[in-house]
Design a protein around this ligand. Structure first.
Ligand code: ATP
Ligand code: MG
Length: 236
């Protein structure tokens, strides 16, 4: 049903960004498991099937966090789909070393494209990816379309958890659009890089559209300046 593992994806385990796959015993992988546990607590008694990962500004680690989080949740019992909904600067195809000739935008714009034909199965048990496809001129409009709603419903039927990587909130409306449609939003804050004003403004924009912000993941946090570090904090 899904695109077969292609040759390129065999590099999967050696990708430096996918530390949770290549180094499951590393401290950072343990931190991702802690984040997973915290999110699972938020899921209790709630329907939390679709998650957006976003941030205030660019280059904060959204793509790394969403990919590693997806890998951390994926298992034999939990089928997880990582969707590249950053239709402006897509990276999922690069992270997983696959082609991006088609993907989300194909299903959104071409009625003959089937979602199931666009999804890659990775070598990680339970982990599937949907790349962005061709970069469109109107990303926000596409993400806000009825077709996107239908596709998301279809994804929910096929997977236990769907994680959307998105562009930064302060730059464009895409993440606001997506956050208003999903069950929960995770906010990545690059420690020492994002200003309080930026984070406050981004949170206001998310609140404005009724986003369910589950919490923040502090990226690049460390006592000893350990470069790979993540820390999850709940809003309350
Ligand atoms: N904790 C970290 N330690 C070291 N490098 C990191 C860390 N988090 C992110 N990076 C690096 O910072 C860069 C930006 O990360 P990433 O692409 O995940 O950010 P992003 O928020 O998705 O960016 P964009 O806004 O462009 O989509 C990448 O080169 C990534 O490898
Ligand atoms: Mg990104």
């Amino acid at each position: 049903m899904f695109k077969q593992k292609n040759k390129a994806i065999e590099n999967n385990g050696t990708r430096p960004g996918l530390v949770t796959i290549s180094k499951p015993t590393a401290v950072v992988s343990e931190q991702f498991r802690t984040i997973r546990t915290n999110i699972q607590f938020s899921m209790v008694d709630k329907d939390l099937k679709t998650l957006v990962v976003t941030s205030a500004g660019p280059g904060s680690g959204k793509s790394l966090v969403s990919a590693n989080l997806a890998a951390t949740f994926a298992s034999e019992e939990m089928r997880v789909l990582l969707v590249d909904a950053d239709l402006r600067k897509p990276t999922v195809h690069r992270t997983f070393h696959v082609k991006n000739n088609d993907g989300l935008t194909s299903v959104l714009t071409d009625k003959t494209s089937e979602l199931t034909d666009m999804i890659y199965r990775t070598y990680t048990e339970g982990l599937y990816i949907l790349t962005s496809g061709a970069i469109p001129p109107n990303p926000a409009e596409l993400l806000n379309s009825n077709r996107m709603k239908e596709i998301t419903k279809e994804m929910e039927g096929l997977f236990d958890l769907i994680i959307f990587d998105t562009p930064p909130v302060l730059a464009v409306t895409d993440a606001q659009v997506m956050s208003s449609k999903v069950d929960g939003t995770l906010f990545v804050i690059p420690h020492g890089r994002a200003t309080k004003d930026e984070v406050t403004k981004a949170k206001e924009l998310l609140d404005m559209v009724g986003a369910n912000v589950l919490g923040a993941i502090f990226n690049r946090v460390s006592a000893e300046d350990d470069k790979y570090s993540y820390y999850y904090a709940n809003e309350e």
